[in-house]
Design a binder for this molecule. Structure first.
Ligand code: HEC
Ligand code: HEC
Length: 78
């Protein structure tokens, strides 16, 4: 067996480790929704956007996804 062939599994393993490392360092899940009175009372998604819309008191950042389906990304705090 040639040297290149013997090294192939090692290269595949190294590539796998690199992919896992990149995902671990770049993935950040959407923050959970706090269960305080304001949040529990808000109707989705209009109620949320009263505060988190552009004119609200806690607007979402400019790079936030535009989707209004809040719960498809944000979970309630357990
Ligand atoms: C009355 C205003 C108000 C309403 C209504 C409201 N929020 Fe919030 N929300 C805030 C404020 C202020 C904060 C930041 C301070 C805090 O953590 O309580 C916050 C925090 C959050 C966070 C956590 C952010 C972080 O960095 O951890 C998420 C997620 C969130 N809100 C989603 C929602 C969703 C989804 C709804 C609709 C169900 C909603 N909010 C309704 C005012 C509001
Ligand atoms: C497609 C997924 C997705 C959807 C849908 C979504 N969000 Fe988010 N949201 C995120 C992610 C990811 C972050 C974290 C952003 C970051 O850390 O840069 C975030 C962050 C936030 C924050 C915290 C902002 C901050 O300053 O820390 C609030 C508040 C929030 N979202 C509210 C909402 C509300 C309200 C809705 C529905 C109207 C919503 N999100 C829908 C993915 C989503």
């Amino acid at each position: 067996m040639s040297t290149a062939r013997r090294r192939l599994p090692l290269l595949v393993l190294a590539a796998g480790i690199v992919v896992v490392a990149v995902v671990m360092f770049t993935y950040h899940p959407a923050p959970v929704i706090p269960r305080d009175r304001d949040h529990v009372a808000a109707g989705l998604p209009e109620g949320c956007l009263l505060c988190h819309g552009p004119a609200g008191r806690a607007p979402r950042p400019d790079d936030h996804p535009i989707s209004q389906a809040c719960l498809s990304c944000h979970r309630w705090k357990p």
